[in-house]
Design a protein around this ligand. Structure first.
Ligand code: KG4
Ligand code: ZN
Length: 334
C-alpha cells in the first residue's frame, strides 16, 4: 500500500503545533510553539490571549514543520485538525487554518478529538493492539475506557468533579508554584516526605474518580496554617498530595485489570508526563502481567503528531469532514 502522509494541526489550548505523520505512526516532522511563558504571568491560560497567539503563530509553525520535513502541502494526502474539546477561540484558529488548506490544496479534511489524539500518541511508540484499557489524565479529563478497536470505546468511569491535572494546577497555585503546576509539584515532591494526612477519595468499587475533596483539603490546610502563622513544608505537602492523587489512579486501574482481564494499558494526556505515575503504573502492570504504554515526554503533552496518528484510521475509512466543520469546546469520547 502507498504511504499516507497526514499534515495535522493542534491548537486546543496553549500550544500551536503542526506535524506531518506517515502511516499514523512515523513522525516525519513536528513543530510546537508553546505559550506557557506568557500565561505563567497570569497563573493560568487566558483564553483571549491564547487565541490571539495561535493566530500569530500558526503560519510560522506550519512553515517550520514543512521545512523540517522538506515537504510541501501538495505532497500530503490529508489535513487533520483538533476540533474538540478545548478553548473555543483556540480551536477555531486551527480549524479555520485546516479548512483553508484543505480547500486551497484540494485535500480531504479530518476532524480529530483531542483526547483520542492523546490515546493515539501511544501509536507513535508501539502499535496499539486491541482490546486495551486507556487511562486519560489531562488538565480537563480523567477517564478510564476500554478501547475495543480503532475508535470503538466503552467508558468505565470518569471524574465526578475535578480532573487530576486541574487538581495539580490548583494545588501548585495555592503553595505558590507557577503554571503549569503539574511538573512543578512533581519536582518539589522529589524532595519531600509523605507527612500530611490528606483524605483519600471515597473508597468504592466504581471506576469513577473524584479530585475536588483532595484539592480542597490541601487548600484548607494551607489557609488554616497561614491563619495560625505556621509555615507549610511545601515539599512534604507536594509529596503527600501526589501520593494520594496517583494512588487513586493505580487503585482504579487495578480494579479494571481484575474485572476485565485486559492485558494492555495505555496512559494518555499531560499528567502521563509524571515520572512517579510511570513508576507506580510500571509496578502494578508488572504485578498483573499487563503491557504498559506511555508516550515519550514530547508526545505526553499537547502536540500535533498525536492528531496525525489519530487521523490515520479515519483516513483509511474515508471519514472526512466538509467545510462546515465547527469547533466544540466540550465533547465526550463516548
Ligand atoms: O494534555 P495536556 O497537555 O492538556 C490538556 O489537554 O489538558 O495536560 C495538561 C495538564 C496540566 O494540568 C499539567 O499540570 C499536567 O497536565 N501535567 C502534569 C505534568 N506535566 C503536565 N501533571 C503532573 N506531572 C507532570 N509532570
Ligand atoms: Zn491535551
Amino acid at each position: 500500500m502507498k504511504d499516507v502522509y497526514i499534515l495535522a494541526i493542534e491548537s486546543s489550548c496553549d500550544e500551536t503545533s503542526v506535524a506531518i505523520v506517515k502511516n499514523g505512526c512515523d513522525v516525519v516532522s513536528l513543530a510546537i510553539n508553546t505559550q506557557i511563558d506568557t500565561h505563567k504571568k497570569y497563573g493560568g491560560v487566558v483564553p483571549e490571549i491564547a487565541s490571539r497567539m495561535h493566530t500569530e503563530a500558526i503560519t510560522v509553525v506550519l512553515e517550520d514543520c514543512l521545512d523540517k520535513a522538506g515537504m510541501q502541502i501538495k505532497d500530503v494526502d490529508a489535513i487533520a485538525v483538533t476540533y474538540a474539546p478545548g478553548l473555543t477561540g483556540s480551536l477555531m484558529v486551527g480549524v479555520e487554518a485546516a479548512k483553508m488548506l484543505a480547500l486551497i490544496y484540494n485535500k480531504p479534511l479530518i476532524a480529530v478529538n483531542h483526547l483520542i489524539g492523546h490515546i493515539y500518541a501511544n501509536n507513535l511508540e508501539d502499535k496499539l493492539e486491541y482490546p486495551l484499557l486507556a487511562l486519560i489524565v489531562s488538565g480537563g479529563h480523567t477517564e478510564l475506557l476500554v478501547m475495543e478497536d480503532d475508535y470503538k470505546f466503552k467508558k468505565l468511569g470518569e471524574t465526578l468533579d475535578d480532573a487530576i491535572g486541574e487538581a495539580y494546577d490548583k494545588v501548585a497555585r495555592v503553595i505558590g508554584l507557577s503554571y503549569p503546576g503539574g511538573p512543578n509539584i512533581e519536582k518539589l515532591a522529589l524532595k519531600g516526605k509523605h507527612t500530611y494526612d490528606l483524605p483519600k477519595p471515597v473508597i468504592d468499587d466504581t471506576y469513577d474518580f473524584s479530585y475536588s475533596g483532595l484539592k480542597s483539603a490541601v487548600i484548607n490546610l494551607v489557609h488554616k496554617e497561614s491563619l495560625r502563622g505556621n509555615s507549610i513544608r511545601k515539599e512534604d505537602l507536594a509529596k503527600s498530595f501526589q501520593d494520594v492523587a496517583i494512588d487513586e489512579l493505580v487503585r482504579k486501574v487495578e480494579l479494571a485489570f481484575n474485572n476485565t482481564g485486559l492485558n494492555t494499558l495505555v496512559i494518555a494526556g499531560g499528567v502521563s508526563a509524571n515520572k512517579y505515575l510511570k513508576e507506580e503504573m510500571e509496578k502494578v502492570c508488572h504485578k498483573h502481567n499487563v503491557k504498559l504504554l506511555i508516550p515519550r515526554l514530547l508526545y505526553c503533552t499537547d502536540n500535533a503528531a498525536m492528531i496525525g496518528a489519530a487521523a490515520y484510521p479515519k483516513y483509511l475509512k474515508k471519514e472526512f469532514s466538509d467545510y462546515s466543520l465547527n469547533v466544540c469546546s466540550r465533547v465526550d469520547i463516548v
